[in-house]
Design a protein around this ligand. Structure first.
Ligand SMILES: Cc1ncc(C[n+]2csc(CCOP(=O)(O)OP(=O)(O)O)c2C)c(N)n1
Length: 643
């Protein structure tokens, strides 16, 4: 049979296809979705689940003018395949290749570069309001949102606003009963109830049409029809929350049946005001193992073998910092009945499954609701518990204000364990956790720290749980490393001097410590005596140790996997400046003031000069610069040292 997918260069090429051809196309698209996984980990099960929905949407709407926002954006691969990006698809998530999320730089069919969940309805509503004001009322606006993202608070803010504005907005709820892990909470229960009434969907549609077409004669007649509609609503689909919020709710419908999807999309297209279409899909649809185990197949490891539709996954590379931290958290909960842990829908990502199973009373999954999670943790702390908020650095940004007000301002002992802190490789700029050092260190009383290596993790968590103020520690998406040394005990605000050197010093904040140790060894081979300090704390900063280096050594290089603006290096310069020390011989290595695109984490480190050779090069530049110093400069430096 002739393959159809290669003939689809743009959604315009879909228009003449029959439903049977769309079904064939869906099968071909699923085959292509498997391809990248032979080489690297990519989002998988969510994409398999929306193939038919994507095709139906592109046939019924024209997204050269209409607007579509795929919430989060991890399920955007089918959309990429039919919007002119097929030939580059194989290189998705590699340096210079397609991004794994929507990217307006790749295509006009992508409107926002996103990767965080929850903002689709707000953006689609804003687009509609903007288009109306710009005289482009004909443009339709659609948000496709999963049942995992749906309970995010901002979604309900958008629903509230949409109903108030009464804009023509179509929200498609892609309900596959899964977040990454099984979905949790009251909205999940509500959706489960709605699933039980699919047979009544068409009755509801006919009644809705009937009610809308009935002439309204006088006030009492109007009241009667409103009452009838309310009766129908509450009896046929359980008084769905969406209707109560002012949306016209339709569904649930089968999200894998193309004719059904098209029929309902056409129907919704003609509706005015905010409409929600509830679509039921299977995460992993069409690939048996993915449908059976959507948790593993959300972003599975590389495929080792694909045989007769069976997929064998490559064994993962071994441990990660996440494992070390989750093990430490588990031990804490086992030994301290006040310790508890919170995740915002990332139980699997944070590797907290064992803790969830063994301590269900002290494990809280809030769903994708980071700001709520932080305020909730504040409540737990106030009542005497010791909450550990385990959230990725990038997602915790969503709760900046709760960190400020509910936690820091109250000086509550909440511990923030920030996973994926630093650059994250293939996910790219939507997911890099590079802002947390500045956004945490600005709060009074916040203890800001980072383990230098694997050995630092447990003592740091132990210390955090003894504090009576909030604290945070960060760790990267990386294989843990351990530096051989006489281990210095973890003490609040104390750095660890790994080695003192007469020619200069690296001050490492966090997991770049082993890289700095290797860079110093290389410099030693070249004949330079460069020391290494494992800073451990950004706040309180160990001024005794670090300013001694600033004061005594020809150069100091700070190394951090975070933005330079306001980060650890800035903290060192601020402290030196406050102490009246010169700072021009302090060089900061970290994340520069531009977006770091997707590629391997190693490639990103090299790009930013925070890999071993980048750090060596930085040291050599400092050495060279110092040797080029004018006699006046060096006299001045000597005078300062003498003083
Ligand atoms: C703010 C935020 N928190 C957490 C995540 C991590 N995350 C990515 S996809 C996902 C699950 C989304 O579930 P759902 O919306 O139902 O989509 P599905 O994958 O089931 O299609 C989560 C928790 C995120 N992207 N953004």
């Amino acid at each position: 049979m002739k393959r159809l997918l290669p003939t689809i260069q743009s959604p315009a090429d879909l228009q003449h296809l029959t439903d049977a051809q769309l079904v064939q196309l869906a099968t071909e698209m699923r085959e292509v979705l498997c391809e990248p996984l032979k080489a690297r980990s990519v989002h998988f099960a969510s994409n398999l689940g929306v193939v038919e929905l994507c095709l139906a949407l592109h046939q019924i709407f024209d997204f050269r003018k209409d607007r579509i926002i795929w919430d989060t954006g991890h399920q955007v691969y089918p959309h990429k395949l039919i919007t002119g990006r097929q030939k580059n698809f194989e290189n998705i998530r590699t340096k210079g290749g397609l991004m794994g999320y929507p990217n307006p730089l790749e295509s006009d069919f992508d409107l926002f570069m996103t990767g965080h969940a929850g903002c689709s309805v707000s953006c689609a509503l804003g687009l509609k309001a903007g288009d109306d004001l710009m005289g482009e009322e004909h443009r339709k606006s659609i948000a496709v949102i999963g049942d995992g993202a749906l309970p995010s608070g901002i979604v309900f803010e958008a629903f509230n606003n949409a109903a108030g504005l009464d804009k023509d907005l179509l929200v498609i709820l892609n309900d596959n009963r899964m977040s990454i892990c099984p979905r949790v909470g009251g909205v999940a229960t509500m959706l489960d109830k709605a699933r039980m009434t699919p047979a009544l969907v068409d009755v509801k549609r006919s009644l809705d049409d009937f009610i809308h077409k009935m002439p309204v004669v006088g006030n009492s007649m109007e009241r009667m029809w409103v009452a009838l509609k309310e009766f129908v609503k509450s009896n046929l689909y359980g008084g769905m929350l969406f209707e109560e919020l002012g949306f016209n709710y339709f569904g649930p419908i089968d999200g894998h049946d193309i004719p059904t999807l098209k029929r309902w999309l056409k129907f919704c297209k003609e509706k005015t005001g905010p409409v929600l279409l509830h679509v039921i899909t299977n995460k992993g649809h069409g690939i048996e193992c993915a449908a059976k185990d959507p948790v593993t197949f959300h972003t599975p490891p590389v495929f080792e073998k694909v045989e007769n539709g069976n997929i064998t996954l490559k064994k993962s590379k071994g441990s990660a910092y996440t494992n070390v931290v989750s093990q430490a958290i588990h031990e804490k909960l086992a030994n301290d009945s006040k310790a508890c842990v919170l995740t915002a829908a990332m139980c699997q990502g944070n590797k907290l499954e064992k803790t969830r199973a063994e301590f269900p009373d002290r494990f809280f999954d809030t769903g994708i609701c980071e700001s709520h999670a932080v305020a909730f943790a504040a409540g737990l702390a106030k009542s005497g518990m010791k909450p550990i908020v385990a959230i990725y650095s990038t997602f915790l940004q969503r709760s900046f204000d709760q960190i400020f007000q509910e936690v820091a301002l109250q000086n509550l002992p909440v511990v923030f364990a920030l996973d994926r802190a630093g650059v994250v490789g293939a996910d790219g700029p939507t997911h890099h956790g590079v802002f947390d050092i500045p956004y945490m260190r600005i709060f009074p009383n916040m203890v800001v720290m980072a383990p230098g290596d694997e050995r630092d993790v447990k003592p740091m968590l132990d210390l955090a749980l003894t504090l009576d103020s909030p604290s945070t520690f960060r760790y990267p998406k990386a294989t843990p490393e351990s530096v051989e040394r006489d281990y210095s005990p973890m003490e609040l605000g104390q750095a660890e001097v790994y080695e003192w050197g007469e020619d200069g010093c690296f001050v490492a904040y966090g997991a770049l410590f082993p890289t700095c140790v290797r860079a110093a060894a290389k410099l030693k081979d070249m004949g330079y005596d460069v020391g290494v300090i494992n800073a451990r704390f950004c706040k309180p900063l160990d001024k005794n140790t670090i300013l001694k280096a600033v004061e005594e050594l020809p150069f100091v290089i700070t190394a951090e996997e975070g933005v330079l603006a306001g980060g650890f290096g800035s903290a060192v310069i601020e402290a030196a400046n406050e102490a009246g020390l010169p700072t021009q011989h302090i060089h900061r290595c970290g994340v520069p003031d531009r977006w770091i695109m997707h590629s391997e984490r190693d490639e990103q480190h090299a790009e930013m000069g925070i890999d071993e050779s980048g750090l060596v090069a930085a040291a050599l530049r400092m050495i060279e610069r110092n040797s080029e110093e004018s006699p006046r400069d060096s006299a001045r430096r000597e005078r300062i040292y003498d003083e």
